[in-house]
Write a protein that binds this ligand. Structure first.
Ligand SMILES: NC(=O)c1ccc[n+]([C@@H]2O[C@H](COP(=O)([O-])OP(=O)(O)OC[C@H]3O[C@@H](n4cnc5c(N)ncnc54)[C@H](OP(=O)(O)O)[C@@H]3O)[C@@H](O)[C@H]2O)c1
Length: 325
C-alpha cells in the first residue's frame, strides 16, 4: 500500500489507518482494558500506521480519552482525525440514536461544531486536529445549511485548530454542496468487498472535486478476518447486530467467497484479512483504508497488509468473485 495525500490538504500518509471505535467500548463493542488499547495505538505507530481515527460518540467520549492518553506524548508522530456534529448536550430536531444512556443528536450548526471541537481537544489532550469530519449529515438543508457547517469548518481551519476538512456518511449532493464553500478534502464511508455503494454513488463526484475517500469497516467488523463462522454469536447490544452482512444469509455468502481465496493467502503468505485490506486499497485508483483494532495482535496482523502488493490478475479474479455479493 502506498502513501496518499488527503484531498488537497498537503497531508501525506500511509494508506492504512487505525480506527478506534471499538476502543470506546460500552454496549456496542463490550468493555476493554484501556492499557491494552493504548498499547495497540502505540504499536500501530511503531508499525508505521500513522492515521488514527476517533469520534466523540465512540463510547461517548471514552475513545477520544484513550486516544488522548496514547498520543499526548508523541503528537508529532500521529495524523489524527476526529468528528463533530453528533452531540448529547442539547436536543435538536434531528435525533440520531441513544448510546450509553445518552440521547445523541445531529447538530451541524456553527455554534455547536465550535463547541464540539473544544470538547474534543480537551479529551484528546492536543491543540489541533489534523482532519475533522462531520460525522453524519443534515437530513434537511433548511435546518442546517451546509454553507453554515462549512463556515464553521473553514473558521476552525483559519484558527489552526484543524488542518483538513472531512465529511462522513454523505450523498453526492452533499459533496457538491460542501465544495461550493471551500475545499472538502476527504469523505469517510463504509466500503468493503461486501459493501460497494461508494464505487458508483460517490467516487465520480469525489474525483470531480479532488476529494479523497477513506474506507471504514473494510473488515466488515471482523467478519473478513477468518475468525468468524456461521456459529459465531454476538452479545446483546453488540453493534454487529445492525450490520446486514452479519445476518445468516449474507454471512454465508461472504464466508463462502473468502473461502475461495485460500490459495491467494498461501501465495502471498498473508491472512485473509490482509488480502481484503490490500484489495480494498487497490480500488478506485487507491483509497485510504481504515481498519479497527483494539488488541496488539490485531494491529500487528493488519499492519502487515501495508507490505502486500497484489498482482493485477489476482485483483481481477477477486473482483469477479465479489460481483454477486
Ligand atoms: N464514519 C462512520 O460513521 C464510521 C462508522 C464505522 C466505523 N468508522 C471508523 O472506521 C473504523 C473501522 O471500522 P470498524 O471498526 O467498524 O470495522 P473493521 O475495521 O471492519 O473491523 C474492526 C474489528 O474487527 C476485528 N479485527 C480487526 N482486526 C482483526 C484481526 N487482525 N484479527 C481478528 N479480528 C480483527 C476487531 O473486532 P473484535 O475485537 O470485536 O474482534 C475490530 O474491532 C472504526 O474504528 C471507526 O474509526 C466510522
Amino acid at each position: 500500500m502506498r502513501n496518499l495525500e488527503i484531498g488537497k490538504s498537503g497531508i501525506v500518509v500511509p494508506a492504512l489507518g487505525l480506527g478506534t471505535w471499538a476502543i470506546g467500548g460500552g454496549a456496542w463493542w463490550g468493555n476493554n482494558d484501556d492499557a491494552v488499547s493504548v498499547r495497540t495505538i502505540h504499536d500501530a505507530l511503531d508499525y508505521g500506521v500513522k492515521w488514527v481515527d476517533t469520534a466523540p460518540v465512540y463510547g461517548v467520549g471514552h475513545s477520544e480519552e484513550v486516544v488522548g492518553e496514547a498520543i499526548h506524548d508523541r503528537r508529532d508522530k500521529v495524523i489524527l482525525s476526529t468528528k463533530c456534529a453528533l452531540e448529547w448536550r442539547e436536543v435538536t430536531p434531528m435525533y440520531h440514536l441513544t448510546n450509553e444512556g445518552k440521547d445523541v443528536y445531529r447538530n451541524l450548526s456553527k455554534a455547536s461544531i465550535m463547541q464540539d471541537v473544544e470538547d474534543s481537544l480537551k479529551r484528546l489532550r492536543t491543540d489541533y486536529i489534523d482532519i475533522l469530519y462531520t460525522h453524519w449529515q443534515t437530513k434537511d438543508y433548511s435546518i442546517y445549511p451546509i454553507e453554515e457547517t462549512m463556515d464553521a469548518l473553514m473558521t476552525l481551519k483559519k484558527q489552526g485548530k484543524i488542518r483538513a476538512i472531512g465529511a462522513s456518511n454523505v450523498t453526492a449532493e452533499d459533496i457538491a454542496e460542501y465544495s461550493k464553500y471551500g475545499q472538502l478534502d476527504v469523505i469517510q464511508e463504509k466500503y468493503s468487498i461486501a459493501h460497494r455503494r461508494v464505487e458508483t454513488e460517490l467516487a465520480p463526484t469525489c474525483e470531480k472535486y479532488g476529494v479523497s475517500i477513506q474506507a471504514y469497516s473494510p473488515l466488515e467488523q471482523g467478519l473478513l478476518t477468518g475468525k468468524v463462522t456461521m456459529e459465531t454469536t454476538l452479545a446483546e447490544g453488540d453493534t454487529r447486530h445492525r450490520n446486514p452482512n452479519w445476518k445468516p444469509e449474507r454471512r454465508a455468502a461472504i464466508l463462502a467467497t473468502i473461502a475461495k481465496w485460500k490459495d491467494l493467502c498461501e501465495k502471498y503468505e498473508c491472512s485473509i484479512g490482509n488480502l481484503c485490506i490490500a484489495f480494498t486499497g487497490e480500488q478506485m485508483g487507491g483509497i485510504h483504508v481504515l481498519c479497527g483494532a483494539r488488541k496488539p495482535e490485531q494491529i500487528k496482523d493488519n499492519a502487515a497488509a501495508m507490505a502486500l502488493t497484489l498482482e493485477p490478475a489476482d485483483i481481477a479474479r477477486m473482483r469477479e468473485d465479489i460481483k454477486n455479493l
